[in-house]
Ligand binder design. Structure first.
Ligand code: PRP
Length: 177
């Protein structure tokens, strides 16, 4: 049986997401923004963040395959679902649950910048800074976390635990890193 240890409570998350929304609202000063959620992990964060942005907000979603059910990044990112509309001339905010090695975001950033948006920013709820192998950072970061396997608030292990309100460390005797 998996053992879960709460790392960040739903109250801490709610307060931080409200702060991030306020920062985005201030930075874009009345301009419209499009939030691009990276499926599936970012869905819950995007839903909460969007409600704290007091601007004209629209959504789109992108899906890539990199980890699958594996613990280690395959090193190869494959596009599973592209955005539905052109992002040319728009203020794009890429919304991610977790920034880890950075391989996924570098791939998505290159893909989206080809649309020639007016601006491009990244909002990541969690940042495992110590794991970064790529030269990329988020403009809006919720929490810098240690290199532990986390689930909840959108993050999964083999499809499970995305619905947990808190971000939890999944502890077990197996080889989870
Ligand atoms: C997670 C997360 C990021 C990616 C970050 O996605 O949502 O997309 O890994 O890792 P990286 O910085 O090392 O590239 P995952 O592949 O677990 O898919 P999911 O969002 O569907 O859970």
């Amino acid at each position: 049986m998996d053992k879960l240890r709460v790392l960040i409570t739903h109250r801490q998350i709610a307060a931080k997401v409200a702060e991030m929304g306020a920062s985005i609202t201030a930075d874009f000063a009345g301009e419209p923004v499009v939030l691009i959620g990276v499926l599936k992990g970012a869905t819950i964060f995007l839903a909460d963040l969007a409600r704290h942005i007091q601007l004209d907000v629209s959504f789109d979603f992108i899906a890539v395959s990199s980890y699958g059910n594996a613990k280690q990044h395959s090193g190869v990112v494959r596009l599973v679902k592209d955005v539905d509309q052109s992002l040319e001339g728009r203020n794009v905010i890429l919304v991610e649950d977790l920034l880890d090695t950075g391989l996924t975001l570098v791939y998505i950033k290159n893909l989206l910048q080809a649309h020639q948006p007016k601006s491009f920013k990244i909002a990541a709820l969690l940042d495992k800074v110590s794991r970064r192998s790529e030269p990329i950072h988020a403009d809006y970061v919720g929490f810098v976390i240690p290199d532990e396997f986390v689930v909840g608030y959108g993050l999964d292990f083999a499809g499970r635990y995305r619905n947990l309100p808190d971000v939890c460390v999944l502890e077990s005797d197996s080889d989870r890193a």
